[in-house]
Design a protein around this ligand. Structure first.
Ligand code: C2E
Ligand code: MG
Ligand code: MG
Ligand code: MG
Length: 291
Protein backbone atom coordinates (compact mmCIF):
# COMPACT_ATOMS: atom_id res chain seq x y z
CA UNK A 1 0.00 0.00 0.00
CA UNK A 2 2.72 2.38 1.02
CA UNK A 3 4.55 1.49 -2.14
CA UNK A 4 1.46 2.10 -4.21
CA UNK A 5 0.78 5.45 -2.52
CA UNK A 6 4.38 6.33 -3.15
CA UNK A 7 4.04 5.45 -6.78
CA UNK A 8 0.82 7.41 -7.09
CA UNK A 9 2.43 10.33 -5.43
CA UNK A 10 5.34 10.06 -7.81
CA UNK A 11 3.03 9.98 -10.84
CA UNK A 12 1.07 12.96 -9.60
CA UNK A 13 4.25 14.92 -9.01
CA UNK A 14 5.51 14.02 -12.43
CA UNK A 15 2.34 15.17 -14.15
CA UNK A 16 2.54 18.51 -12.34
CA UNK A 17 6.12 18.98 -13.34
CA UNK A 18 5.32 18.00 -16.88
CA UNK A 19 2.61 20.58 -17.09
CA UNK A 20 4.74 23.36 -15.71
CA UNK A 21 7.63 22.46 -17.94
CA UNK A 22 5.36 22.48 -20.92
CA UNK A 23 4.22 26.06 -20.23
CA UNK A 24 7.82 27.13 -19.68
CA UNK A 25 8.92 25.43 -22.86
CA UNK A 26 6.11 26.99 -24.88
CA UNK A 27 7.15 30.40 -23.63
CA UNK A 28 10.81 29.75 -24.29
CA UNK A 29 10.12 28.37 -27.75
CA UNK A 30 7.88 31.34 -28.54
CA UNK A 31 10.43 33.89 -27.38
CA UNK A 32 13.26 32.30 -29.36
CA UNK A 33 11.08 32.28 -32.43
CA UNK A 34 9.97 35.89 -31.90
CA UNK A 35 13.59 37.00 -31.66
CA UNK A 36 14.59 35.00 -34.73
CA UNK A 37 11.73 36.41 -36.78
CA UNK A 38 12.01 39.86 -35.22
CA UNK A 39 8.43 39.45 -34.16
CA UNK A 40 8.61 42.07 -31.42
CA UNK A 41 7.59 45.70 -31.42
CA UNK A 42 8.15 48.79 -29.35
CA UNK A 43 5.61 51.17 -27.81
CA UNK A 44 6.40 54.58 -26.34
CA UNK A 45 5.07 56.36 -23.26
CA UNK A 46 5.44 60.14 -22.79
CA UNK A 47 6.96 61.88 -19.78
CA UNK A 48 5.27 65.21 -19.25
CA UNK A 49 5.95 68.25 -17.07
CA UNK A 50 2.49 68.82 -15.62
CA UNK A 51 3.25 72.43 -14.65
CA UNK A 52 4.92 73.80 -17.80
CA UNK A 53 2.91 71.33 -19.94
CA UNK A 54 6.11 70.48 -21.77
CA UNK A 55 6.55 67.05 -23.25
CA UNK A 56 10.01 66.14 -21.91
CA UNK A 57 10.61 62.59 -23.05
CA UNK A 58 9.45 59.18 -24.20
CA UNK A 59 10.14 55.75 -22.77
CA UNK A 60 10.48 52.80 -25.14
CA UNK A 61 8.81 49.60 -23.92
CA UNK A 62 9.12 46.32 -25.79
CA UNK A 63 6.07 44.23 -26.67
CA UNK A 64 5.59 40.66 -27.81
CA UNK A 65 2.39 38.96 -28.94
CA UNK A 66 2.80 35.24 -29.46
CA UNK A 67 0.59 33.47 -32.02
CA UNK A 68 -0.50 30.83 -29.53
CA UNK A 69 -0.01 32.52 -26.17
CA UNK A 70 -1.31 35.98 -27.07
CA UNK A 71 0.30 39.10 -25.60
CA UNK A 72 3.02 38.27 -23.07
CA UNK A 73 4.04 40.93 -20.54
CA UNK A 74 7.65 42.13 -20.51
CA UNK A 75 7.48 41.61 -16.75
CA UNK A 76 7.36 37.92 -17.73
CA UNK A 77 9.53 37.62 -20.83
CA UNK A 78 12.35 40.02 -19.89
CA UNK A 79 13.35 37.92 -16.84
CA UNK A 80 13.02 34.82 -19.04
CA UNK A 81 15.26 36.35 -21.71
CA UNK A 82 17.78 37.15 -18.96
CA UNK A 83 17.64 33.57 -17.69
CA UNK A 84 18.04 32.08 -21.17
CA UNK A 85 20.91 34.35 -22.13
CA UNK A 86 18.81 36.06 -24.81
CA UNK A 87 18.68 39.51 -23.24
CA UNK A 88 21.73 40.84 -25.09
CA UNK A 89 20.15 39.93 -28.42
CA UNK A 90 16.77 41.32 -27.38
CA UNK A 91 18.37 44.51 -26.07
CA UNK A 92 20.27 44.99 -29.31
CA UNK A 93 17.08 44.60 -31.29
CA UNK A 94 15.27 47.18 -29.15
CA UNK A 95 18.17 49.63 -29.44
CA UNK A 96 18.28 49.29 -33.24
CA UNK A 97 14.53 49.56 -33.57
CA UNK A 98 14.26 52.65 -31.35
CA UNK A 99 17.10 54.52 -33.04
CA UNK A 100 15.69 53.68 -36.46
CA UNK A 101 12.29 54.90 -35.32
CA UNK A 102 13.68 58.11 -33.82
CA UNK A 103 15.29 58.96 -37.15
CA UNK A 104 11.99 58.34 -38.94
CA UNK A 105 9.88 60.59 -36.68
CA UNK A 106 9.16 64.22 -37.65
CA UNK A 107 12.36 66.03 -36.77
CA UNK A 108 10.82 69.24 -35.42
CA UNK A 109 10.15 67.55 -32.06
CA UNK A 110 13.46 66.63 -30.51
CA UNK A 111 12.57 64.99 -27.25
CA UNK A 112 14.85 62.32 -25.80
CA UNK A 113 13.84 58.67 -25.82
CA UNK A 114 14.82 56.30 -23.02
CA UNK A 115 15.52 52.61 -23.35
CA UNK A 116 15.39 50.09 -20.51
CA UNK A 117 18.62 48.18 -20.10
CA UNK A 118 19.23 44.94 -18.18
CA UNK A 119 22.24 44.36 -15.96
CA UNK A 120 23.75 41.79 -18.32
CA UNK A 121 23.88 44.25 -21.19
CA UNK A 122 26.27 46.35 -19.13
CA UNK A 123 28.77 43.49 -19.00
CA UNK A 124 29.40 43.85 -22.71
CA UNK A 125 32.62 45.78 -23.18
CA UNK A 126 31.50 47.06 -26.58
CA UNK A 127 28.16 48.41 -25.34
CA UNK A 128 29.05 52.12 -25.35
CA UNK A 129 30.88 51.91 -28.66
CA UNK A 130 28.02 50.10 -30.36
CA UNK A 131 25.49 52.69 -29.22
CA UNK A 132 27.73 55.50 -30.45
CA UNK A 133 28.08 53.86 -33.87
CA UNK A 134 24.37 53.22 -34.13
CA UNK A 135 23.51 56.83 -33.29
CA UNK A 136 26.10 58.11 -35.74
CA UNK A 137 24.70 55.89 -38.51
CA UNK A 138 21.37 57.70 -38.14
CA UNK A 139 22.95 61.09 -37.47
CA UNK A 140 21.24 61.38 -34.11
CA UNK A 141 22.90 63.34 -31.31
CA UNK A 142 23.63 61.24 -28.22
CA UNK A 143 21.61 63.72 -26.14
CA UNK A 144 18.49 62.28 -27.71
CA UNK A 145 19.08 58.92 -26.02
CA UNK A 146 18.72 57.95 -22.38
CA UNK A 147 19.19 54.63 -20.64
CA UNK A 148 17.05 53.43 -17.74
CA UNK A 149 18.81 51.14 -15.31
CA UNK A 150 17.04 49.70 -12.30
CA UNK A 151 18.45 50.39 -8.90
CA UNK A 152 19.05 46.68 -8.33
CA UNK A 153 20.93 46.41 -11.61
CA UNK A 154 23.19 49.27 -10.54
CA UNK A 155 23.83 47.74 -7.13
CA UNK A 156 24.35 44.31 -8.68
CA UNK A 157 27.18 45.51 -10.87
CA UNK A 158 28.73 47.58 -8.13
CA UNK A 159 32.24 47.62 -9.53
CA UNK A 160 34.64 49.90 -11.35
CA UNK A 161 33.93 48.40 -14.80
CA UNK A 162 30.33 49.47 -14.55
CA UNK A 163 31.28 52.95 -13.40
CA UNK A 164 33.67 53.28 -16.33
CA UNK A 165 30.98 52.19 -18.76
CA UNK A 166 28.46 54.63 -17.31
CA UNK A 167 31.05 57.42 -17.50
CA UNK A 168 31.75 56.52 -21.16
CA UNK A 169 28.04 56.70 -21.98
CA UNK A 170 27.62 59.90 -20.05
CA UNK A 171 30.67 61.45 -21.73
CA UNK A 172 29.02 60.80 -25.09
CA UNK A 173 26.00 62.76 -23.89
CA UNK A 174 23.69 59.82 -23.21
CA UNK A 175 21.45 60.37 -20.17
CA UNK A 176 21.32 57.82 -17.36
CA UNK A 177 18.18 57.26 -15.26
CA UNK A 178 17.70 55.12 -12.18
CA UNK A 179 14.48 53.18 -12.79
CA UNK A 180 12.10 51.91 -10.07
CA UNK A 181 13.86 54.05 -7.51
CA UNK A 182 13.14 53.18 -3.89
CA UNK A 183 12.66 49.45 -4.47
CA UNK A 184 16.35 48.51 -4.29
CA UNK A 185 19.11 48.92 -1.79
CA UNK A 186 21.35 51.61 -3.17
CA UNK A 187 23.04 53.83 -0.62
CA UNK A 188 23.30 57.57 -0.89
CA UNK A 189 27.07 57.42 -1.08
CA UNK A 190 26.90 54.90 -3.90
CA UNK A 191 24.41 56.98 -5.88
CA UNK A 192 26.66 59.97 -5.41
CA UNK A 193 29.57 58.15 -7.05
CA UNK A 194 27.64 57.22 -10.17
CA UNK A 195 27.24 59.50 -13.18
CA UNK A 196 23.46 59.83 -13.11
CA UNK A 197 20.96 62.34 -14.49
CA UNK A 198 17.51 61.26 -13.37
CA UNK A 199 15.72 59.33 -10.66
CA UNK A 200 12.42 57.66 -11.54
CA UNK A 201 10.27 57.26 -8.43
CA UNK A 202 8.78 53.77 -8.51
CA UNK A 203 5.04 53.47 -9.13
CA UNK A 204 4.56 51.62 -5.83
CA UNK A 205 5.16 54.91 -3.95
CA UNK A 206 2.68 56.77 -6.14
CA UNK A 207 -0.16 54.23 -6.20
CA UNK A 208 -1.76 55.16 -2.86
CA UNK A 209 -1.21 58.90 -3.14
CA UNK A 210 -2.61 61.29 -2.10
CA UNK A 211 -4.32 59.35 0.72
CA UNK A 212 -1.33 57.47 2.13
CA UNK A 213 0.62 59.84 4.38
CA UNK A 214 3.60 57.57 4.79
CA UNK A 215 4.02 57.21 1.03
CA UNK A 216 3.67 60.96 0.61
CA UNK A 217 6.44 61.46 3.15
CA UNK A 218 8.67 58.93 1.40
CA UNK A 219 8.12 60.65 -1.94
CA UNK A 220 8.91 63.97 -0.31
CA UNK A 221 12.16 62.49 1.06
CA UNK A 222 13.13 61.04 -2.33
CA UNK A 223 12.51 64.41 -3.95
CA UNK A 224 14.72 66.11 -1.35
CA UNK A 225 17.44 63.54 -1.89
CA UNK A 226 17.34 63.96 -5.68
CA UNK A 227 17.66 67.71 -5.20
CA UNK A 228 20.64 67.28 -2.89
CA UNK A 229 22.31 65.07 -5.51
CA UNK A 230 21.42 67.45 -8.33
CA UNK A 231 19.30 64.87 -10.16
CA UNK A 232 16.16 65.29 -12.25
CA UNK A 233 12.98 63.46 -11.27
CA UNK A 234 10.22 61.51 -12.96
CA UNK A 235 7.23 59.99 -11.13
CA UNK A 236 6.12 56.63 -12.58
CA UNK A 237 2.60 55.23 -12.67
CA UNK A 238 0.68 58.50 -12.24
CA UNK A 239 -2.96 57.55 -12.74
CA UNK A 240 -4.96 60.48 -11.30
CA UNK A 241 -5.06 64.27 -11.31
CA UNK A 242 -4.85 64.23 -7.50
CA UNK A 243 -1.54 62.35 -7.71
CA UNK A 244 -0.15 64.79 -10.27
CA UNK A 245 -1.23 67.74 -8.12
CA UNK A 246 0.45 66.37 -5.01
CA UNK A 247 3.64 65.46 -6.90
CA UNK A 248 3.89 68.90 -8.49
CA UNK A 249 3.30 70.47 -5.08
CA UNK A 250 6.13 68.44 -3.60
CA UNK A 251 8.43 69.49 -6.44
CA UNK A 252 8.27 66.55 -8.86
CA UNK A 253 6.69 68.06 -11.96
CA UNK A 254 7.58 65.42 -14.51
CA UNK A 255 5.05 62.61 -14.51
CA UNK A 256 4.50 59.45 -16.50
CA UNK A 257 1.42 57.30 -16.32
CA UNK A 258 -1.99 56.37 -17.64
CA UNK A 259 -3.43 59.70 -16.48
CA UNK A 260 -1.33 61.45 -19.13
CA UNK A 261 -0.92 58.76 -21.76
CA UNK A 262 -0.66 55.01 -22.12
CA UNK A 263 2.26 53.55 -24.03
CA UNK A 264 1.48 54.09 -27.74
CA UNK A 265 2.56 52.94 -31.18
CA UNK A 266 5.27 54.73 -33.17
CA UNK A 267 2.56 55.98 -35.54
CA UNK A 268 0.56 57.45 -32.70
CA UNK A 269 3.70 59.20 -31.42
CA UNK A 270 4.30 60.69 -34.87
CA UNK A 271 0.76 62.04 -34.79
CA UNK A 272 1.32 63.56 -31.33
CA UNK A 273 4.48 65.17 -32.63
CA UNK A 274 2.54 66.80 -35.44
CA UNK A 275 -0.03 68.08 -32.95
CA UNK A 276 2.33 69.52 -30.33
CA UNK A 277 4.56 71.37 -32.79
CA UNK A 278 8.11 72.52 -32.06
CA UNK A 279 7.18 73.91 -28.61
CA UNK A 280 6.23 70.38 -27.56
CA UNK A 281 3.30 71.52 -25.44
CA UNK A 282 1.36 68.40 -24.49
CA UNK A 283 -2.24 68.56 -25.66
CA UNK A 284 -3.57 65.63 -23.68
CA UNK A 285 -4.42 67.33 -20.37
CA UNK A 286 -8.03 67.08 -19.22
CA UNK A 287 -10.05 70.30 -19.48
CA UNK A 288 -9.53 72.63 -16.56
CA UNK A 289 -6.29 70.98 -15.44
CA UNK A 290 -4.39 73.21 -13.06
CA UNK A 291 -1.61 71.89 -10.89
P1 C2E B 1 9.48 50.03 -16.23
O1 C2E B 1 10.67 50.39 -17.04
O2 C2E B 1 9.45 50.49 -14.82
O3 C2E B 1 8.23 50.57 -17.05
C1 C2E B 1 7.03 51.03 -16.48
C2 C2E B 1 5.91 50.02 -16.61
O4 C2E B 1 4.71 50.56 -16.04
C3 C2E B 1 5.54 49.68 -18.04
O5 C2E B 1 5.09 48.32 -18.02
C4 C2E B 1 4.37 50.60 -18.32
O6 C2E B 1 3.53 50.14 -19.37
C5 C2E B 1 3.66 50.58 -17.00
N1 C2E B 1 2.88 51.80 -16.72
C6 C2E B 1 3.03 53.04 -17.21
N2 C2E B 1 2.14 53.91 -16.69
C7 C2E B 1 1.39 53.20 -15.82
C8 C2E B 1 0.27 53.53 -14.97
O7 C2E B 1 -0.19 54.66 -14.87
N3 C2E B 1 -0.25 52.49 -14.22
C9 C2E B 1 0.25 51.23 -14.28
N4 C2E B 1 -0.34 50.30 -13.53
N5 C2E B 1 1.29 50.89 -15.07
C10 C2E B 1 1.85 51.86 -15.83
P2 C2E B 1 5.57 47.27 -19.13
O8 C2E B 1 5.62 47.93 -20.46
O9 C2E B 1 4.72 46.06 -18.96
O10 C2E B 1 7.05 46.94 -18.71
C11 C2E B 1 7.37 46.29 -17.51
C12 C2E B 1 8.86 46.30 -17.26
O11 C2E B 1 9.54 45.50 -18.24
C13 C2E B 1 9.49 47.68 -17.39
O12 C2E B 1 9.28 48.43 -16.20
C14 C2E B 1 10.94 47.31 -17.64
O13 C2E B 1 11.60 47.03 -16.44
C15 C2E B 1 10.81 46.04 -18.45
N6 C2E B 1 11.01 46.35 -19.89
C16 C2E B 1 10.11 46.83 -20.80
N7 C2E B 1 10.69 46.99 -22.02
C17 C2E B 1 12.00 46.63 -21.87
C18 C2E B 1 13.13 46.57 -22.76
O14 C2E B 1 13.08 46.95 -23.95
N8 C2E B 1 14.31 46.10 -22.24
C19 C2E B 1 14.41 45.72 -20.91
N9 C2E B 1 15.63 45.27 -20.48
N10 C2E B 1 13.39 45.77 -20.05
C20 C2E B 1 12.19 46.22 -20.52
MG1 MG C 1 11.72 52.07 -17.32
MG1 MG D 1 10.12 51.86 -13.69
MG1 MG E 1 8.83 49.20 -12.91
Amino acid sequence: RAKEAGRNHFCFYNAMMGERNYADLALEHGLRKALRQQDLFVVYQPKIDVVSRQWVGLEALVRWTDEQLGPVSPAEFIPLAEKLGLIEELGEWVLDEVIRQMAAWPQQVRIPVSINVSARQLLDGQFAVRIAKRLAAYQLPAQRLELELTESCLVLGQDSTQKTLLRDLRAQGIGISVDDFGTGYSSLSYLRQLPLDTIKIDASFIRELPGNREDAQLVWAIIGMARALGLDLVAEGVETAAQATLLAGLGCCVCQGYWLARPASADQVAQWMDEVGPEAQWQGFPDGWEP
